[in-house]
Design a protein around this ligand. Structure first.
Ligand SMILES: *Cc1c(COP(=O)(O)O)cnc(C)c1O
Length: 457
């Protein structure tokens, strides 16, 4: 007889996973290596050392260690906000009338509001350990900046955040939160860096983009002593840190005897999705179990489904190493009417590879249907979801409704990557019926592709 499964699948403190899981270790064919933009040779740690902390560089370049222990001191910080709740969506299931079981992992209970704190905590920890006194970063919607501000306050490190200009105007409370934790917030593009000034000269009216903000943050980091740059998504070490999400889900599911059939996450740069699916994808790659994996991206920034699988820069000023990924081109500017987050031009290289290998399904959704799903979820489960996370909710609801048609009792898991508390102006637009659905025309995408570097591999 199967044991009783509670609404919340609890893990006690001593059941928490104590290592991250490195999915690349189980991939027979590895993702294409990062290339040095000058030599076009695979990067080595010395290439990255001026920009990133060594702890993160080692993890970035490590394709073989399967389990990477979480340092004890960091584990202590993790315990202050983890485990994140894993919840059975009983009320949503009822509202949908589906025979499917739906579970979600909610990463929005910490004050910064999302999964991003998992990597922010790790990156601030390594910076402190390596004697850094300050860090720089970019933030789009503000979640990453908030998470890193919180982590830097914890480890007593100075932080400068370049915040995409439109977001800083739309989200003044995010800025206030970061400043409360002690961070300095600068709207990007700004006149404080060469790359910012150049972008302003070329596009005086731009609302900014993550790519621009990254260029500014890297420039400041390399020009400041004992300062490094940290990135909140896209890179493989960030996915590694986020594997704590999937590790916890796996531990709880194993404890209660639940096996998911479908695992769904939203994808911007790929970190929450990559972290959620990691241990399950690993089991699939090793031939131990089978699952379906679904990524959901916004129709207005469709890097997986309409991007090119090519080497590209991570930033607009073309300063980062080259990554082979599904990309809309570093020059792609997502439409300014896009409220739903997930605005980055490229996708993590490991997830891009899995997608190209047919191991990951990808769907797109437009803003209004995403917010419809968010409202439906909020009404039944009570939690107000982040617009980003609501892309995953949309697909989970669609899967559950499909089960209603076929009568299948699938077990659906989705990642609820964050809270929507800081997105009230987007909810306001939705409620007033003023959100528009913009799907870029091929010509708009061509402009982005034109910015791709010309590299024959
Ligand atoms: C940043 C963010 C995302 C997108 O980033 P990924 O790296 O793709 O996970 C998704 N959800 C929330 C709540 C976020 O803050």
């Amino acid at each position: 007889m199967s044991q009783h499964i509670p609404t919340r699948l609890y893990l006690s403190e001593n059941e928490l996973p104590t290592s991250w899981y490195n999915l690349r270790a189980d991939m027979k064919e590895k993702p294409a290596p990062m290339l040095h933009p000058g030599t076009l040779k695979p990067v080595v740690s010395d290439d990255l050392a001026p920009v990133f902390c060594m702890g993160c560089i080692e993890q970035e370049l490590d394709e073989t260690s399967r389990e990477i222990p979480i340092p004890d001191a960091l584990m202590g910080f993790y315990r202050s906000f983890r485990p994140a709740p894993l919840i059975r969506a009983n009320f949503l299931e009822k509202a949908l009338g589906t025979p499917a079981e739906i579970y979600y992992k909610f990463e929005g209970t910490n004050t910064s509001g999302s999964h991003k704190l998992n990597s922010a905590a790790a990156q601030a920890f390594y910076a402190k350990q390596e004697g850094m006194t300050s860090l720089t970063t970019e933030t789009g919607a503000g979640q990453w900046g908030s998470a890193l501000s919180m982590a830097c306050a914890f480890y007593d490190i100075k932080l400068t955040v370049f915040m995409v200009k439109v977001s800083s105007q739309q989200k003044p409370y995010r800025k206030a939160l970061m400043e409360t934790y002690g961070a300095k917030v600068i709207a990007s593009p700004s006149d404080t860096t060469e790359s910012g000034r150049k972008i302003l000269a070329d596009f005086p009216d731009t609302g900014g983009s993550l790519g621009c903000a990254i260029s500014e943050a890297i420039e400041l980091a390399v020009k400041t002593p004992n300062c490094r740059y940290v990135l909140g998504s896209v890179l493989n070490h960030v996915l590694l840190h986020q594997s704590i999400i999937g590790q916890e889900v796996k531990a709880a599911f194993d404890k209660y005897g639940v096996k998911p059939d479908v695992i769904i996450g939203c994808a911007g740069g790929g970190s929450n999705l990559g972290g959620l699916i990691a241990p399950f994808m690993g089991a699939k790659l090793r031939g131990e179990a089978d699952y379906r994996f679904i990524a959901v991206e916004p129709a207005s920034c469709p890097s997986f489904t309409r991007g090119k699988y090519a080497y590209d820069f991570g930033d607009t000023a073309k300063t980062t190493p080259l990554m082979k990924m599904c990309t809309l081109g570093n020059g792609y500017m997502p439409p300014p009417n896009h409220a739903g987050g997930l605005r980055y031009h490229g996708m993590n290289s490991t997830l891009s590879k899995l997608y190209k290998d047919g191991l990951l399904e990808v769907r797109t959704a437009v803003q209004n249907e995403v917010f419809d799903a968010a409202a439906r979820f909020a009404k039944s489960e009570g939690i107000l979801p982040a617009p980003e996370s609501s892309h995953a909710i949309k697909a989970a609801i669609d899967e559950a409704l499909e089960c209603k048609k076929t009568g299948e009792k699938k077990v659906i898991l989705f990642g609820l990557s964050g809270t929507g508390y800081f997105d009230m102006s987007a909810y306001q637009s939705y409620n007033q019926g003023t959100l528009t659905d913009h799907v870029p025309a091929d010509e708009e995408l061509e402009k982005g592709f034109a910015s791709l570097p010309n590299i024959a591999r």
